[in-house]
Design a protein around this ligand. Structure first.
Ligand code: PMV
Length: 290
């Protein structure tokens, strides 16, 4: 019986969230946590339990009607991009299964379309990370997808334990954009500049400078109204414990924060402030057949 398993990594947004929805760049890294999708021959459609909106859209787009699909991997609660990792794995698995090989850009276009259909808005940075892996400089909709060859980054990921609703956070920011468009435009311009500066310093491995840019980025995210008291607490505790810098990662409202400076004092400070430290490595490999 025909069977295929494909896996793709989750992601952590390093810099540039929210602004990237409006045409600016961001930097994202693929992480060691992966989702897998297994396809098996079947005479009926069998879907995995849970939210299958992304899967159903892909099946419709790729005109597949009979298949057993199972998924496995990390919890969707962390905000590490489980939906995009599943979506990308499924597109790759179906293309291999039916013998119609797709290149990375073709996988991106299909998976990103599915994400837009479910979420309405989004930059596609998570889809790109799941496909290309590594660390990417990414511009909205995949206009630029540039792999960055970065030395090992001393990154610690702190989890708030609070599930964020990305779609409503994007919506809140969009409403703010309508009311205060000039101010928001200034914030986005500044974030875009920070991302470009951080890219240069990441490539040379100057973590002190990158940490400073992260702190500035966090100030703008605070201005956008997407930070929370708990995120602020984890961020300030890690900096007091000696981190180069720290910020929330992703839409905000909960999920994860990141901090630069990998040592036990920083990890302990995050735990003491009420967060959990996730054991995550950056720069993971992109989608692959297992
Ligand atoms: O909540 P996350 O981790 O999926 O990150 C969302 C990042 C945004 O920039 C707010 C949205 C996007 O699609 O880029």
């Amino acid at each position: 019986m025909k069977k295929i398993t494909v896996s793709a990594p989750g992601k952590i947004m390093l810099m540039g969230e929210h602004a990237v929805v409006y045409g600016y760049p961001c930097i994202v890294t693929a992480v060691s946590e992966r989702m897998t999708v297994t396809l098996e021959e079947s005479d009926e459609m069998i879907l995995p339990p849970g939210d299958t909106r992304f899967i159903e859209i892909i099946l419709e787009m790729m005109q597949v009607s009979m298949m057993k699909i199972s998924t496995n991997g990390f919890s969707s609660g962390y905000g590490l991009g489980s939906s995009s990792a599943i979506t990308v794995s499924l597109v790759k698995a179906l293309s291999e299964y039916i013998g119609k090989k797709l290149n990375k850009k073709q996988i991106f276009d299909i998976a990103y379309k599915a994400v837009l259909k479910v979420q309405g808005k989004g930059s596609g940075f998570d889809v790109a990370a799941a496909i290309w892996g590594g660390t990417l400089y990414f511009v909205t909709g995949g206009k630029v997808i540039e792999p960055l060859h970065i030395k090992e980054m001393p990154l610690v990921v702190g989890y708030t334990g609070v599930k964020a609703d990305t779609v409503s956070l994007i919506q809140n920011v969009a409403e703010k954009m309508e009311k205060e468009s000039e101010k928001m435009q200034r914030i986005y311009d500044a974030i875009g500049k920070l991302v470009d500066d951080a890219k240069i310093q990441m490539l040379v491995g100057d973590w002190g400078r990158v940490g400073k840019f992260m702190n500035y980025n966090q100030e703008y995210l605070r201005d956008l109204g997407v930070s929370t008291p708990l995120l602020e607490q984890l961020i300030s505790s890690s900096i007091s414990a000696g981190a180069y810098g720290a910020k929330l990662s992703g839409a905000g409202g909960g999920d994860c924060m990141i901090t630069l400076g990998d040592n036990n004092d920083i990890k302990k400070a995050i735990q003491d402030a009420g967060g959990a430290v996730l054991d995550i490595k950056t720069n993971a490999e992109g989608v692959r057949v297992e």
